[in-house]
Unconditional design. Structure first.
Length: 173
């Protein structure tokens, strides 16, 4: 009987911990910070990016999503990362590369680790809550307006993927 009660309590605690809204601050590529708390009430698509990757062309799709849905509340956050050894050397180089090649105007962080012991606290929290850890560049995490993870996508899911856009649309209703 005690074991059953203990198991029930542990499952309840696990659900509460798992459902805790994600928070966190990132260093902005423009200086200052970008805080998920500032976007509470809006869905956020967080994407770990890299400038020298076969998926780098997805920047164009991310900018298009930003242009299409920002007025309706969606935030697209690019998180340049060298976790897979495919990013430029400095944040200034990343910013220039993205502006020149993709006309990026969406918010971007400084170069940030997304896996392992050096992973940013946001990515550690996502891993703890969902088990999701980026396996490559351009992995996507969709967060609802309450700060909870709704879906995760691998690199092969393009920003204009119908399944991703359906979930974005559902969050914007």
């Amino acid at each position: 009987m005690f074991r059953l009660l203990l198991l029930s309590v542990l499952l309840l605690v696990a659900r509460v911990v798992q459902a805790a809204p994600l928070t966190g601050e990132f260093v902005s590529i423009d200086g200052g910070t970008l805080s998920l708390e500032d976007w509470r009430g809006k869905p956020v698509l967080v994407v770990n990016t890299a400038s020298h990757c076969g998926f780098t062309g997805q920047y164009a799709g991310l900018q298009k999503i930003h242009d299409t849905y920002a007025d309706r509340g969606l935030v697209v956050l690019a998180v340049p990362s060298d976790s897979f050894n495919q990013e430029l050397g400095t944040a200034a180089e990343v910013k220039q590369f993205c502006e020149m090649n993709y006309g990026l105007t969406l918010p971007m962080t400084d170069i940030t680790s997304v896996k392992g012991v050096a992973a940013h606290p946001f990515y550690r929290a996502v891993a703890q809550q969902t088990g999701f850890v980026p396996k490559w560049n351009f992995n996507k995490i969709l967060i609802d307006s309450a700060g909870e993870v709704i879906a995760t996508y691998g690199s092969n899911v393009k920003p204009d993927s119908p399944k991703l856009l359906r979930q974005v649309e559902a969050l914007l209703r």
